[in-house]
Ligand binder design. Structure first.
Ligand SMILES: Nc1ncnc2c1ncn2[C@@H]1O[C@H](COP(=O)(O)OP(=O)(O)O)[C@@H](O)[C@H]1O
Ligand SMILES: N[C@@H](CCC(=O)OP(=O)(O)O)C(=O)O
Length: 367
């Protein structure tokens, strides 16, 4: 088997086995499998949840109020406990770990994204296991990725991974949430993440995890577009990491796109939060989606929110469905003034022009 880079995302549900404590016995077993893959020449990146759970366990403060500050305090205490646990376990196999605590803000401009990618590359080059989590102790909701599923897709892009393995408390994606639908069936393979597939995914109802299946599908969508295969499987399954890497049909496998987006477009898709939104007409939609053309001001019908030139915005069709994401060459106020106009009228209208297109095709990712 060729050497692969594998991101293993471990949800709180796996790391605590549904209890209020870290399940260290199980973590030992997961590390054993990762160490074996590493020894065989593969690269392993761990995306670990469980900081808040570990903080709660360590401090054991009865009746702690659920304020944001207290949750951040639990994350601050728990993250060091969590890292210490991973470090001790990987040390058994003479492996070093390196902590990368990220927030959306660390990835939202291309420079910072590339900087984080350099760190990831350096860790992998030196055969150190990156241990990634969100920087929960300081991240406010505005700058958060918000869930570790999406964070793991970003980590997979940063690490230029081949495989993203999302380990959770269910055997994969079911036709409905198996917690309240005993007849739900496991879907073993997904070749296209359609709206119908997305509609199957519910939120987390255990109270342990964040986002449930919905965020796992968002992560799968981002990663597969970047050419990374994704598997959702049960963390409790015997030898699950090894078996997935060996290609066994276990859990739900999401096939990666044959032609992955180029690196910069992967970042546009996954990195920055959108600053605003525009709506386009049907002619523009055809040009952008079917002919991969740039978006001209002529096809823009509405502008929503305030954004600056150079920010990432969402593009919706006339039915309010988001169909693309791209970097705008004009601010919201400028687009308001030039929407519906021919490109040769831009300069006369604004008194200046930054070119004939609102979003260049090189800066545009369609869905
Ligand atoms: N269609 C579905 N198939 C499987 N699980 C689902 C589905 N819809 C919702 N879920 C829920 O998603 C949960 C897993 O997500 P979550 O609780 O966030 O775990 P984790 O901590 O592993 O991220 C499952 O326990 C399940 O209740
Ligand atoms: N960053 C948080 C986990 C957030 C999260 O997405 O949790 P999960 O859904 O269990 O993967 C923590 O370490 O507690």
């Amino acid at each position: 088997m060729s050497k692969q880079t594998i991101v293993v995302k471990l949800g709180t549900s796996v790391l605590t086995a549904g209890t209020s404590k870290l399940d260290r016995a199980h973590m030992v077993e997961l590390v054993r499998q990762c160490a074996a893959l590493h020894k065989a020449g593969h690269q392993v990146i761990i995306v670990t949840s469980g900081a808040v759970a570990a903080g709660r366990e360590h401090l054991a403060i009865p009746n702690l109020a659920t304020t944001v500050a207290n949750k951040q305090m639990l994350a601050a205490v728990g993250q060091s406990q969590l890292l210490l646990t991973w470090e001790n376990l990987f040390n058994i196999y003479d492996l070093h770990v390196g902590q990368m605590l990220l927030t959306r803000a660390d990835l939202d401009d291309r420079e910072r994204f590339l900087n984080a990618r350099d760190t990831m590359r350096a860790l992998l080059k030196h055969r150190i296991i990156p241990i990634v989590n969100e920087n929960d102790a300081v991240a406010t909701s505005e700058i958060k990725v918000g869930d570790n599923d999406n964070l793991s897709a970003l980590a997979a892009i940063l690490g230029e991974a081949n495989l993203l393995l999302l380990l959770t408390d269910q055997s994969g994606l079911f036709t409905a949430d198996p917690r309240n639908n005993p007849d739900a069936k496991l879907i073993s393979q997904v070749s296209e993440i359609t709206d119908e597939i997305k509609a199957l995914a519910g939120d987390s109802i255990s109270g342990l995890g964040t986002g449930g299946m919905a965020t796992k599908l968002q992560a799968a969508d981002i990663a597969t577009r970047a050419g990374i295969e994704v598997v959702i499987a049960a963390g409790q399954e015997d030898l699950v990491i090894k078996r997935v890497v060996e290609g066994e049909a276990i859990g739900t496998r999401f096939l990666s796109k044959k032609t992955p987006l180029e690196h910069r477009k992967q970042w546009i898709l996954a990195g920055p939060p959108p600053a605003g939104q525009i709506a386009i007409d049907e002619g523009a939609q055809r040009a952008v989606v079917e002919k991969s053309s740039s978006l001209l001001p002529k096809g823009i019908s509405h502008v929503y929110g305030e954004f600056s030139r150079g920010e990432v915005i969402l593009v919706q069709d006339s039915n309010s469905r988001v169909i693309a994401r791209g970097i705008t060459r004009y601010s919201s106020a400028e687009i308001q003034a030039i929407k519906g106009l021919h490109s040769d009228q831009i300069e006369a209208t604004l008194g200046y022009a930054y070119g004939s297109v609102a979003i260049h095709r090189d800066d545009l990712v369609t869905f």
